[in-house]
Design a protein around this ligand. Structure first.
Ligand code: URA
Length: 236
């Protein structure tokens, strides 16, 4: 990151003020007086202004077990919002990585790292998601085959297919999807004449919902977990 951007971000000062510090020789990078606003700040470098060390707040990565009845909109103030489950001082700058419907439960990610969430949700990323689906009617072998081959949904150019379908019993299946289209799971089962009674997200890539998190509880991800989302699901 450029030094002027780093200083502005870490201190909250204006670009004009930042330039002045650099011009006055008041900014140092690893003990050396900074020479230009455009010089790059190496990772883990110690940046000081007038002898005071400045730091950019670490990016945050959170997994939450979304309870039914909560909305995953960007609107922090809505009392039904998943953000209401976090202490108010922790909500700032966080956004949801791939929404779930109001009645869907399970693994929801929150972050302030736009690049990370873009990598997960971008259509080209094909970051697979695994859902546990409770159905109103028994899923026949023919319908299971059809969902694996692909179904045509309204307003979709291409057939959408399940990457994997694991049947626990005739009405309970785990479905892996490569994309995240609007109401995709519900619409795909509707396309074969079935109905989703309950929907729970179990995994995003190789990251599983922590079984120790009760509905409404959340925790920070560790570094390995932030990378696990980009690997294959365990049953996908
Ligand atoms: N598919 C749906 O239909 N709903 C969700 O919440 C997620 C995937």
């Amino acid at each position: 990151m450029r030094l002027d951007k780093f200083l502005a971000h870490a201190s909250g000062a204006s670009r004009k003020q930042v330039k002045q510090w650099i011009k006055n020789g008041e900014a140092t990078v690893d003990g050396q007086t900074a020479k230009s606003a455009g010089q790059l700040v190496p990772e883990f470098a110690q940046v000081c202004v007038r002898g005071e060390t400045l730091q950019i707040a670490a990016l945050r990565y959170i997994m939450l077990n979304k309870p039914t009845g909560t909305v995953s909109t960007a609107e922090h103030a809505d009392e039904r919002s998943v953000f209401a489950l976090l202490p108010s001082e922790q909500r700032r700058a966080l956004h949801v990585v791939g929404r779930l419907d109001v009645d869907t439960t399970g693994l929801l990610l929150l972050t302030d790292d736009g690049q990370w969430s873009h990598r997960i949700t971008a259509p080209v990323s094909h970051c697979p998601k695994v859902y546990r689906v409770e159905l109103s009617d028994e899923l026949s072998d023919a319908d299971l085959e059809q969902l694996l081959k692909g179904v045509q949904l309204n307003d979709e150019k291409q057939l959408l297919r399940a990457r994997a379908l694991v049947r626990h019993n005739k009405r309970l299946v785990d479905m892996t999807l490569g994309e995240g289209r609007y109401h995709q799971v519900k619409r795909m089962f509707a396309a074969v004449g079935n109905h989703v009674e309950a929907l729970h997200r179990l995994q995003i890539g190789g990251l599983s919902l922590d079984a120790g998190l009760q509905p409404g509880q959340w925790r920070e991800l560790n570094k390995a977990e932030t990378e696990a989302v980009f690997s294959k699901p365990t049953d996908g």
